[in-house]
Design a protein around this ligand. Structure first.
Ligand SMILES: Nc1ncnc2c1ncn2[C@@H]1O[C@H](COP(=O)(O)OP(=O)(O)OP(=O)(O)O)[C@@H](O)[C@H]1O
Ligand SMILES: [Mg+2]
Length: 357
């Protein structure tokens, strides 16, 4: 094979690459460029070979090329970076460039080899994805706060309207009972039954209203609401819940109270439903600008690989924390119990707003 054949084969190899590809010597002068390079540059090969980037590219682009070439020559390391450059119509396009050193047989660096790929479509898709994720998050936050407000309204109306009606009914029945003959009669038994039904209805009503949104949260605050929640759950299940609060005198904003309460509520519901734990512990720590909540159990634990947990409870908890600029971490493994740590910054008090269109 002649050296001309070899050259032609190398040329064919270079031209077959759809991305821009080139070789440069130690002085950053072009030794070879492929067809894709020449097409983008819009110059014939004879005007490029032997030149340096600052002789063929606009100054600000050439400055980047020379700087990165020199960095590769100096470090002897491969470099990868993303750059933006306008196309002939002036539209900015994104490129991913990889540059590596070329060494001679003695291992000395004699130049660089590079390849540059147009990644504008990927970049556009990425920013579209980020935009739509942000919009989805805003929408989910908005729906969350609307749902919370609606629950609070229904809870209050049930309590105030229907609660008042049942109380009035009970008083009327009491009045009636007082006027009935004292010996047991069928009528007296029926009135007693009615009083019982009203009492049951009041209890049901209070339970439903509290499940929707416990009034204690708005009236007495987060700490009382968490105390109520744990007591309520301890009565309904065999789970022993230990509660440790370092401060009980702090008034949290409505957003923080709601998020913290709902997170603790979902975590405890999960413990009862999934963990098989005998005991759980809630630790709330308060610092100047943060509320930290740790909810742990001694149950069966879980696999925390994201694909393994696609249900909405944990996602909702994490979103609530995120919405306030906080974070949530799950520390768990099968057989090792579960610990959920949440941090909620206290400074941000964002009002619920409709997502922008
Ligand atoms: N404390 C826990 N101990 C063990 N496994 C848990 C615990 N918390 C959650 N899990 C596991 O993680 C999964 C996801 O929980 P998540 O709250 O997201 O959904 P879910 O409770 O199944 O349904 P929902 O959407 O009604 O809350 C559960 O199905 C359960 O397998
Ligand atoms: Mg759940």
């Amino acid at each position: 094979m002649t050296s001309q054949d070899t050259q032609q084969q190398q040329r064919a190899l270079l031209d077959n690459i759809p991305d821009m590809a080139w070789l440069k010597d130690r002085d950053c002068r072009y030794l070879a460029v492929n067809t894709a390079y020449l097409e983008i540059l819009g110059m014939p090969e004879r005007l490029v070979l032997g030149k340096r980037p600052d002789e063929i590219w606009p100054a600000e682009i050439a400055e980047v090329y020379l700087r990165t070439d020199r960095a590769v020559l100096k470090s002897g390391r491969r470099r990868r970076y993303e750059e933006t450059r306008p196309d002939p119509s002036g539209t900015p396009r994104w490129f991913e460039t990889i540059k590596s050193p070329i060494r001679d047989q003695a291992g000395r660096i004699v130049g660089t080899v590079g390849i540059s790929r147009d990644i504008s479509e990927r970049k556009a898709a990425e920013s579209e994805l980020i935009k739509s994720r942000t919009q989805l998050r805003e929408l989910s936050n908005y729906l969350q706060s609307v749902r919370e407000a609606e629950r609070a309204r229904i809870s209050r109306e049930l309590h105030d309207e229907l609660g008042q009606t049942l109380t009035a009914l009970k008083m009327e029945l009491g009045w009636l009972k007082e006027r009935l003959p004292s010996e047991p009669t069928l009528l007296r038994t029926r009135v007693d039954r009615l009083v019982q039904i009203v009492d049951h209805s009041v209890a049901d009503l209070q339970r439903i209203a509290a499940d929707l949104r416990p009034m204690i949260l708005d009236e007495l605050g987060l700490v009382s609401a968490i105390q109520w929640l744990t007591q309520n759950l301890s009565e309904r299940s065999p789970l022993a819940i230990e509660l440790s609060l370092d401060r009980t005198d702090v008034a949290y904003s409505k957003d923080v109270s709601t998020a913290a309460f709902r997170i603790v509520q979902e975590a405890l519901t999960n413990i009862v439903r999934h963990s098989g734990a005998t005991s759980a512990r809630i630790v709330a720590r308060h610092s100047a600008n943060e509320l930290q909540l740790d909810i742990s159990d001694d149950g069966r634990g879980m696999d925390v690989t994201p694909s393994k947990r696609e249900r909405l409870g944990l996602i909702g908890m994490s979103e609530r924390a995120h919405m306030l600029g906080g974070s949530m971490e799950i520390d768990s493994a099968p057989g090792r119990g579960t610990r959920i740590s949440v941090r909620l910054p206290l400074s941000i008090d964002k009002p619920a707003t409709a997502p922008s269109p």
